[in-house]
Design a protein around this ligand. Structure first.
Ligand SMILES: Nc1nc2c(ncn2[C@@H]2O[C@H](COP(=O)(O)OP(=O)(O)O)[C@@H](O)[C@H]2O)c(=O)[nH]1
Ligand SMILES: [Mg+2]
Length: 219
């Protein structure tokens, strides 16, 4: 029997995390929410909705929260990551898991194979630039390097160092997987933009992504 887990990093997502957890529970064997020092009751809602919930005292960023969650995933065959703000559709998890079952070690959900007209211009632009750079560095076409909706082969999880901060984890994960010779694949997912607010600080976070990518390629 294949065993799967989902890791959901969450920062001030009390409005959406309940629904994300409830819809993710039927898709995997274990749902892990990492509440990253939220000021709202994200942790309480996640726990009440049925997730194993880890609370960090202070806000440490998406990368650290994801690493903390991944460390709890020992013994799972497949580990999925998704956002806590309902921008990913949990019912699409099986397609990602199937990608791993079919032999990919990292299966990324790409929003660019389906209608993505709801994506704000800024995000689309930064994604195009990131896609170009990451594809070049990874040696294969990656259409959605910023997507946080992914599935990983459980065996590679402990092998990944993921030395990145905040949103750079998505990019560094791809580069590290490529360098280690793992098979990376993309499958289509929905592109959902609702009333959620992004925590991305455009200038600061873009710099951080560039910095962490440079640090990775210099190692
Ligand atoms: N744990 C944790 N999660 C975060 C943090 N910032 C964002 N997230 C989560 O990461 C996901 C994506 O973040 P978001 O700010 O919506 O980025 P965007 O969708 O790319 O604009 C959401 O589920 C957030 O709850 C953080 O500082 N800590
Ligand atoms: Mg978001």
């Amino acid at each position: 029997m294949m065993k799967s887990a989902a890791v959901i990093p969450g920062y001030n997502v009390s409005k959406t995390i309940g629904e994300v957890v409830r819809r993710t529970l039927p898709m995997v064997d274990q749902v892990i929410v990492v509440d990253d020092g939220s000021q709202d009751n994200t942790a309480e809602v996640a726990r009440e909705s049925g997730a194993l919930t880890i609370t960090l005292e202070e806000n440490t960023g998406k990368a650290n929260a994801t690493r903390v969650g991944l460390r709890r995933c020992e013994g799972f065959d497949v580990v999925v990551t998704l956002d806590g703000d309902l921008q990913h559709c949990p019912e699409e998890i099986p397609a990602l898991i199937e990608g791993v079952m079919d032999g990919a070690q990292l299966c990324i959900g790409s929003r660019f194979f389906n209608d993505h007209s709801s994506m704000p211009f800024g995000s689309r632009f930064s994604n195009r630039v990131a896609s170009w750079i990451i594809s070049l560095l990874a040696g294969q076409r990656i259409t959605d390097p910023q997507s946080g909706f992914r599935a990983l082969d459980g065996r590679i999880v402990p092998e990944l160092e993921l030395r990145a901060e905040r949103y750079a984890i998505e990019h560094v994960m791809i580069l590290e997987a490529a360098r280690k010779g793992f098979t990376i694949k993309e499958v289509p997912i929905s592109c959902i933009y609702g009333s959620e607010q992004s925590n991305v600080r455009v200038l600061q976070d873009t710099c951080r992504v560039v910095y962490d990518i440079l640090r990775f390629i210099s190692r």
